[in-house]
Ligand binder design. Structure first.
Ligand code: GLP
Length: 245
């Protein structure tokens, strides 16, 4: 894992956006894996600004999102489909038919999991996966204890994740308790991974990731076994970390 340390959230967003823009410019048909949550919002904003100012085109780009809440349709402002449309897709020249997110309202959720997994494979896999990290080390919605062999699957959200994500909802009771997520094996199949980490609340997770062992009780730890991971983390997230050991 390569670690790029930056000052703060804005610098992380800037660096991450530059990283993605370069890839898109060099590989216009890239398959991008995208994440939700607060972390990548600043990055998406800069991608939009760059598209408007410099004309970076997403016409041939395909995207696959990590996860979606079960029970929320794309029209629901709390769904990840809505989030992605608002925060990114609506403002780029991307063909929305090439933006994929698991359906949280599919009649048969198990079939939807299989379909999504196959869809990614049929497109040749994810070239660059953007990731955030949960305070408990979750990636996508793969909570501690998830098998490293898992493909796209249904998860029960950890109480701490429901609490952390309640800030996006009117109240905690409205946060769905289940989600559909790319599995750990799905994520590990990406050719490259860009992990974004910002803020003091992620400091503990960053320490566990950097210094801890690879264990299913800390899902992000699997990234140590991936050949091509870049972490962009800010000072608050890496505070106290011995980077050059
Ligand atoms: N499912 C998402 C993850 O994809 C995200 O990376 C993580 C961190 O969220 P945030 O960036 O808001 O801290 O939690 C959410 O629950």
């Amino acid at each position: 894992m390569k670690l790029i340390e930056v000052k703060d959230y804005n610098e992380m967003s800037q660096k991450a956006a530059e990283y993605i823009i370069e890839k898109v410019r060099n590989h216009p048909r890239i398959n991008l894996g995208l994440a939700t949550g607060g972390t990548p919002v600043g990055t998406y904003k800069i991608l939009i600004e760059d598209h408007q100012k410099n004309g970076t085109s997403y016409q041939e780009v395909t995207t696959f999102n990590l996860d979606e809440y079960i029970g929320l349709s794309g029209n629901n402002p709390n769904s990840y489909r809505y989030f992605m449309n608002e925060k990114l897709f609506n403002h780029l020249d991307i063909n929305k038919n090439n933006t994929f997110i698991p359906s949280g309202v599919a009649e048969d959720i198990q079939t939807e999991c299989l379909r999504y997994e196959q869809l990614i494979a049929q497109h040749g896999g994810v070239d660059l996966q953007i990731l955030g990290i949960g305070q408990n080390g979750h990636i996508g919605f793969n909570e501690p204890g998830t098998s490293f062999e898992s493909n796209t699957h249904v998860v029960d959200l950890a109480p701490s994740t429901i609490k952390a994500n309640a800030r996006f909802f009117d109240n905690e009771e409205e946060v769905p308790t289940k989600a559909i997520t790319m599995g750990i094996a799905t994520i590990m199949k990406s050719k490259e991974i860009l992990l974004l980490v910002s803020g003091e609340s992620k400091n503990d997770a960053m320490h566990k990731l950097w210094n801890g062992e690879v264990t299913e009780s800390f899902p992000a730890s699997i990234l140590k076994n991936h050949p091509y991971v870049t972490i962009i983390a800010d000072q608050a997230a890496v505070a106290g970390l011995k980077i050059h050991s």
